[in-house]
Design a binder for this molecule. Structure first.
Ligand code: ADP
Length: 591
């Protein structure tokens, strides 16, 4: 599988700053409030440890009833404040997390749609789906857990340590003396988790790609009995993903375990040291209990903080993937000052246009003119570069050299949206969306009048079959239109193009998909569609080629001949040869 999904390791901190500036800054007030509440929640633990001292010394040892009352009230207050602030703060952070990740997804999708066709050719949909949906979404959950944890736990640790120090700084020192030893394993684990997390995300997107291909190609898989093969490939990806995730979880679990061991040693040290002082009467039981509770309570947040090293890496690897995608810029953009008014007479001119895909030259100094309002047919063997001409005039790709002008304007000087609105494209794989027939024809335009729609349906011969569908125009066409036949799909595409009423028509005649009867119907529909429009047609039909105002013959990316049918036949060159071999059969058939 291609590793187009592989991206360079990025520094975490600048990425986080970008995330903050772009997506979290609007929520700075809710986040600040949340932090205050976290601090409140965390500090309550310190208070709890603190009130244990009077409880033991004044209530249990001295038997002071009055103190017992306020100790009880304080404990109650501590838990109420902790509970309420915890809840509000979680709600706020949840809200911020959802909102910000929805914004990231929205922008990412918009951005990815703008990226060049070349980018999309190299990035299978599965990879992009994982990035937009999975990675952006996981950011929110990691970020929520992360921030929630850091804020509250940090304050807990600080307040509890403060209580411990206030009781005896030497005891605290003994208890925490092993903590610096944790730094080395934390750093090692961080590195490892980052690597694993990156691999795990790449695998996750590979798994989606595999599923996408399986479901897209389900009929091919069944017909070629590829179920086992696909299944095995899927399982092996999944096994690898599980292995990585287990390794990563194991190494993450290691740090809290080390915290346990080191704290255990610290406890024993304190017990030994403090025990002597209490026996000697230098310290009270209350002081010891308070200290001991603080140490017990500091333990849990400390473990969690130590575990955060791993979450941070998870977060960073998700962020890295999202940010990397945002950093890619489309190269096909409107020139500064591009016009937004379509040129009047949409004559299309290719001027020495060359294009190579990698090493492979696809167009070599191709030049021809498609006159406004006329039909120009492109003919030539498969692979000659005919479809590439379509992609170049619509700017799905830009040529390496040469230029395309439309109505005398270089196409780059026409704003991209305006340029594309000038074209209606009907190709062999005209894509239908998984929506109703009506939605597929109107394509989101809600200003289409009933008469307009009706005219288009009739002209495209959609009316011929629409009544046979159970719900008429409101019938679903299925994924990629698979509930319709090839001929029906094409007529839908023609109706769409008629409604679009664009001045330029690009037509890739797909005869192969159609039976003789549908072909005749589609042909009639196409004739109506192309009337009066600048039409470039990749021609397969004899009639189109004959009737075209001009025929451009292409071979290996070059224009080798051009002229009318009669001129080219008289020339007796490549076209005449092509015509004789390719269309001999058709000629013998009655027209
Ligand atoms: P035609 O429409 O005349 O059959 P095309 O324009 O589709 O020819 O393709 C011309 C050549 O360009 C073919 O050799 C094809 O393999 C190559 N080609 C088309 N698109 C791409 C692409 N995105 N990446 C690499 N090669 C491509």
């Amino acid at each position: 599988m291609s590793r187009a999904d592989e991206i360079p390791v990025a520094e975490s901190w600048p990425m986080f700053k970008w995330l903050w500036a772009s997506y979290l800054n609007p929520y700075k007030w809710p986040v600040s409030i949340s932090f205050v509440l976290m601090a409140l929640e965390g500090s309550m633990m310190g208070f709890l440890a603190y009130v244990l001292k009077p409880m033991f010394d004044q209530v249990f040892v001295e038997g002071n009833q009055e103190t017992m009352k306020w100790v009880a009230l304080s404990i109650m207050g501590i838990f109420i404040v902790r509970g309420v602030s915890g809840m509000i703060q979680k709600m706020i952070m949840n809200w911020v997390g959802q909102k910000s990740s929805a914004a990231i997804r929205r922008d990412l999708l918009e951005h990815v749609m703008k990226l060049d066709t070349a980018f999309h050719n190299n990035h299978p949909p599965g990879h992009l789906i994982t990035r937009v949906s999975g990675d952006a979404g996981s950011l929110a959950s990691v970020w929520r857990g992360f921030i929630l944890g850091v804020g509250r736990d940090l304050v807990s640790v600080i307040s509890l340590t403060a209580v411990a120090i206030s009781i005896d700084w030497r005891w605290t020192l003994i208890a925490l003396i092993g903590a610096p030893l944790l730094m080395v394993p934390i750093l090692i684990v961080q590195r490892f988790v980052r690597t694993q997390s990156r691999r795990s995300r790449m695998l996750a997107s590979d798994i989606v790609v595999r599923m996408d291909e399986i479901f897209h190609g389900i009929n091919q898989i069944k017909l070629n009995a590829l179920e086992d093969y696909q299944h095995t490939r899927f399982v092996s990806l999944q096994d690898e993903s599980i292995a990585i995730s287990l390794q990563s979880n194991f190494s993450r679990a290691l740090i809290p375990t080390l915290v346990d061991v080191i704290t255990g040693v610290g406890f024993v040290g304190v017990l030994y040291f403090a025990g002597g002082e209490i026996l000697a009467g230098d310290k009270t039981i209350g002081e010891f209990m308070s200290f001991f509770t603080a140490m017990l309570l500091v333990f849990e947040p400390l473990r969690r903080l130590a575990g955060l090293a791993g979450s941070w890496q998870d977060f960073a690897s998700g962020l890295e993937r999202v940010k990397h995608l945002f950093d890619l810029k489309p190269s096909i953009v409107s020139a500064p000052g591009a016009i937004r008014v379509p040129p009047e007479r949409p004559e299309i001119r290719l001027d020495n246009v060359s294009l190579a895909y990698g090493e492979l030259p696809v167009l070599r100094q191709t030049s021809f003119v498609a006159e406004a309002g006329k039909t120009t047919a492109l003919v030539g063997p498969s692979g000659a570069g005919k479809s590439t001409v379509f992609n170049i005039v619509t700017r799905l790709v830009d040529p390496d050299q040469g230029q395309v002008t439309i109505g005398g304007r270089p196409s780059k000087e026409i704003e991209l949206g305006t340029l594309r609105s000038m074209f209606a494209v009907v190709t062999q794989e005209s894509l239908l969306f998984d929506e109703t027939l009506r939605e597929n024809i109107t394509l989101g335009r809600d200003n289409v009048s009933d008469e307009e729609l009706q005219r288009a349906l009739e002209a495209a011969h959609v009316t011929d079959f629409v009544d046979q569908l159970l719900k008429g125009l409101d019938s679903d066409v299925g994924a990629r239109g698979n509930l319709l036949s090839g001929g029906q799909r094409q007529r839908v595409a023609i109706a769409r193009a008629l409604l679009r009423d664009a001045p330029i028509l690009l037509l890739d005649e797909a005869t192969s998909a159609l039976d003789v009867k549908s072909e005749a119907v589609v042909q009639k529909a196409l004739d109506r569609l192309s009337a009066g429009r600048t039409t470039i047609v990749i021609a397969h039909r004899l009639s189109t080629v004959r009737d075209a105002d001009k025929i451009v013959v292409m071979n290996q990316g070059r224009v080798i001949e051009e002229g009318t049918h009669d001129q080219l036949l008289a020339k007796n060159g490549a076209y005449a040869e092509l015509y004789r071999t390719q269309f001999r059969l058709d000629e013998t058939e009655p027209a």
